[in-house]
Design a protein around this ligand. Structure first.
Ligand SMILES: *[C@@H]1O[C@H](CO)[C@@H](O)[C@H](O)[C@H]1NC(C)=O
Ligand SMILES: *[C@@H]1O[C@H](CO)[C@@H](O)[C@H](O)[C@H]1NC(C)=O
Ligand SMILES: *[C@@H]1O[C@H](CO)[C@@H](O)[C@H](O)[C@H]1NC(C)=O
Ligand SMILES: *[C@@H]1O[C@H](CO)[C@@H](O)[C@H](O)[C@H]1NC(C)=O
Ligand SMILES: *[C@@H]1O[C@H](CO)[C@@H](O)[C@H](O)[C@H]1NC(C)=O
Ligand SMILES: *[C@@H]1O[C@H](CO)[C@@H](O)[C@H](O)[C@H]1NC(C)=O
Ligand SMILES: *[C@@H]1O[C@H](CO)[C@@H](O)[C@H](O)[C@H]1NC(C)=O
Ligand SMILES: *[C@@H]1O[C@H](CO)[C@@H](O)[C@H](O)[C@H]1NC(C)=O
Ligand SMILES: *[C@@H]1O[C@H](CO)[C@@H](O)[C@H](O)[C@H]1NC(C)=O
Ligand SMILES: *[C@@H]1O[C@H](CO)[C@@H](O)[C@H](O)[C@H]1NC(C)=O
Length: 392
């Protein structure tokens, strides 16, 4: 618990709405929200020159950014929220600590720098026959380089699907931590007899490879990940079952039937699937279920659901499908038929009447045409109208 005086001190200032907020937040919370990053090489050669480290924070108002180390250090540069230092005289493995004050809260980050010994050596032979009045024979073998690699004893972490549907694309990742130098580590990812081309990401001494797997045939396939560094390798493997799962295929002998007629409902789902149609279990795996029913009024709109289950590598995969039945009421059907007949009759009557009326009109028209004087008068009036519009 914090003394009340400390809590209230800054909050009493009249303009401190923001400060009030920071008082309400538990102290130190702010600092933890803005972590400190210390970037340094994880491993450096023993007799190597000075190394550069960068200490940075996302804290909006940092103060007293310092690097604590036994090594001689020199500031290289700094900017808002970061500072870089040169460290020299690295003769043994060291731990460096960076610290900063963020809203009066001290945040620290540490990093270990490991030394490795990279040396070149060669073999020199001398045969001194000068005492015999001969010469000094000298020979030096080709120089060989001694290199240090770090490859953990643990197997890579391989993340792959236990089952894969034919034609489906799924990611596979393989990662291994503690590699030095990770830039020289090679990773191989293999599915069955096909070599995958993974996308490889390296971060510090970690390596992560990601590839997409795809198979067009059923069967069990081995996925192998192999990380090789400095002539040694670590590998991990897993099995994936490639399966195909069609359906379920659900069919009705007829989706629209009249009351009383027989309907067959059938569901199948491939050779190894267990099928349940409308609660009726197939006698064995791979067998279809068939139901036969005489369509009743109550079956109108009935949905038949077929569930299929396939077991793949100990996992159950469920799929289902549904189909709906329409039952046409026979009474309703006769009403529809009567209505249809009536409609047709009405249409025939109406069209007959129309034909009669139209025929009369035609006859009237013919009668008018037989009197050319009337036609002449109409024509003249139309022409007058047009002229009237033209003259303003
Ligand atoms: C140090 O790191 C910070 C944060 O990543 C970055 O902004 C800054 O440019 C770096 N400084 C140098 C000299 O690389
Ligand atoms: C900081 O380091 C860079 C190389 O990383 C160098 O070019 C620059 O001169 C250095 N600055 C100081 C002030 O040491
Ligand atoms: C370098 O480190 C060694 C051993 O840690 C120490 O004896 C030596 O004084 C250091 N040299 C400098 C220049 O700091
Ligand atoms: C540095 O090394 C020490 C001792 O081996 C270990 O306890 C610590 O966790 C290491 N720190 C980091 C950041 O790896
Ligand atoms: C060792 O020899 C290699 C070439 O074989 C060279 O690149 C490297 O700089 C040499 N290392 C040292 C420490 O002399
Ligand atoms: C020096 O040794 C190499 C094999 O290490 C040999 O091939 C070469 O002939 C020798 N040179 C002389 C001058 O003996
Ligand atoms: C890989 O194996 C399949 C059968 O599993 C075979 O048909 C194919 O030819 C093989 N491919 C290679 C490159 O060996
Ligand atoms: C890893 O792959 C390399 C290259 O293909 C091979 O030489 C090595 O034997 C493999 N190692 C293991 C453990 O599979
Ligand atoms: C329904 O199936 C039976 C046999 O299972 C068959 O005899 C009958 O013709 C089928 N009916 C229809 C409408 O398909
Ligand atoms: C069939 O599957 C559906 C949806 O997946 C589910 O709601 C229903 O309970 C299942 N019925 C049976 C009999 O398994």
């Amino acid at each position: 618990m914090m003394p009340a005086r400390l809590l209230w001190g800054p909050c009493m200032t009249p303009w401190a709405f923001v400060l009030l907020l920071s008082c309400v937040l538990p102290r130190g919370h702010q600092g933890q929200m803005f972590p400190l990053h210390l970037e340094s090489p994880a491993a450096v050669p023993a007799a190597g020159g000075p190394i550069l480290v960068n200490c940075s924070t996302e804290c909006p108002n940092p103060s007293r950014l310092t690097l604590e180390t036994f090594l001689p250090k020199q500031l290289n540069g700094s900017g808002p929220g970061w500072a870089t230092f040169w460290l020299s005289n690295l003769t043994e493995d060291s731990t460096i600590i960076c610290s900063v004050l963020c809203d009066d809260m001290q945040v620290t980050a540490s990093s270990n720098i490991t030394l490795y010994h990279g040396a070149n050596f060669s073999c020199r032979t001398e045969l001194d026959l000068r005492s015999e009045g001969l010469e000094l024979f000298l020979n030096t073998s080709a120089s060989r380089q001694l290199r240090t690699f770090a490859l953990p004893m643990t197997a890579p972490h391989l993340l792959a699907p236990r089952s894969l549907e034919v034609g489906e694309r799924r990611p596979v990742t393989c990662s291994l931590d503690g590699l030095f130098p990770s830039s020289e580590a090679q990773v191989y990812l293999v599915l069955g007899n096909q070599s995958l081309t993974p996308e490889v990401m390296r971060d510090g001494d970690m390596l992560k490879a990601t590839a997409t797997v795809y198979m067009d045939q059923e069967g069990t396939q081995k996925i192998v990940c192999n990380v090789t560094l400095g002539g040694m390798s670590r590998s991990a493997q897993t099995l994936t079952t490639v399966f195909s799962f069609l359906g379920p295929l659900l069919s009705l002998s007829n989706t629209r039937v009249t009351k009383g007629s027989t309907v067959n409902v059938t569901c199948t789902a491939g050779p190894r699937a267990q099928v349940i149609l409308d609660g009726v279990l197939a006698p064995s795996l791979g067998k279809p279920v068939q139901l036969q029913l005489a369509a009743a009024d109550s079956d109108d709109g009935r949905r038949f659901i077929c569930n299929a289950t396939l077991e793949v590598a100990g996992e159950l995969i469920h799929r289902s499908t549904a189909v709906q039945l329409r039952v046409l009421d026979s009474k309703l059907s006769s009403v529809i038929i009567v209505l249809t007949v009536l409609t047709v009759l009405a249409l025939v009557t109406i069209s007959g009447a129309l034909v009669f009326v139209f025929g009369m009109q035609q006859r009237c028209g013919t009668y008018h045409v037989k009197q050319p004087s009337i036609s002449m008068t109409l024509w003249a009036m139309e022409r007058e109208d047009i002229r009237g519009e033209e003259a303003p």
